[in-house]
Design a protein around this ligand. Structure first.
Ligand SMILES: [Zn+2]
Length: 252
């Protein structure tokens, strides 16, 4: 049984912490070290490994200080991105063991070209690929690459818990409702997210099942979304609709 906790970092990042029963843990995407070290010390935890999804500084900035603090830990990260401190390079299809549980590496290129995710135990750590009600920006990859990555995630079982790396849900929902205003599931989710955020509660993890109902980037085949983009494109296949949605969100 793995216990997952979040350590807030910067303005809206989550550093995820995977804990086993014996006070050992693994952390995902430590953009900064100080908050992690404080958390580990106050909870009497030993750090065994770091998992990295992609090279951006807000996901990797804490590696060197954490390795200084915990010299023998494994640092797992994407083979095709140059990230200082990585000790184990992995790529899509590889498997790693976390406290006796097998996690599979997913190739999730799009946000960056080497972006990976970690899937196991009905959990996925997907970095800046899928957010609740949104998806990552296309800094390096193409819309087509991101669309394929999102389809991989969308094909996971509905009860898969999605641990994304940012608390972007409220602003994502404003865009989602502009695109699909009559979606009752989306309206209900907006109310729930507003309630959580009013109490400073996180809105993640989310689930694949929920995202398939509310996330416009997983729903480019829906009639209301197609109607919303139809004055921006005449190509209405899912990839074209997704591409228009991603560009529209950039300027929203
Ligand atoms: Zn990023």
């Amino acid at each position: 049984m793995l216990n997952i906790k979040s350590i807030p970092a910067f303005r809206d990042n989550y550093i995820w912490l995977i804990q086993n029963r014996d006070q050992h843990c693994v952390i995902v995407d430590p953009g900064e070290a100080g908050v992690v070290i404080d958390y580990l010390e106050s909870n009497h935890l030993t750090l065994d490994a770091i998992l990295i999804t992609h090279h951006h500084a807000d996901h990797t900035g804490g590696i060197s200080e954490l390795v200084r603090h915990f010299p023998h830990i494994n640092v797992v990260g994407p083979a095709s991105e140059a990230i200082p401190g990585i000790t184990h390079s992995v790529a899509g299809g590889d498997q790693i063991e976390i406290f006796g549980h097998t996690f599979r590496i997913l190739d999730l290129k799009g946000h960056t070209l080497g972006h990976i995710g970690y899937l196991g135990e009905s959990l996925v750590f997907c970095g800046d690929t899928l957010f609740s009600a949104g998806c990552g920006r296309l800094f390096e990859g193409t819309a087509e690459e991101m669309w394929h990555s999102l389809q991989k995630l969308s094909a996971l079982p509905d009860d898969t818990k999605v641990y994304c790396a940012h608390e972007y849900t409220a602003s994502n929902l404003a865009f989602a409702l502009a695109v699909e205003p009559e979606n009752p599931e989306l309206q209900a989710y907006r109310d729930e997210v507003n309630r959580l955020r009013a109490h400073h509660q996180p809105t993640v993890p989310t689930t694949i099942g929920l995202e398939k109902k509310v996330n416009p980037f997983l729903r480019p085949d829906q009639a209301e979304i197609i109607k919303s983009v139809s004055d921006r494109t005449s190509d209405l296949d899912p990839l074209s609709v997704f591409t228009v949605l991603r560009e529209w969100k950039n300027e929203f």
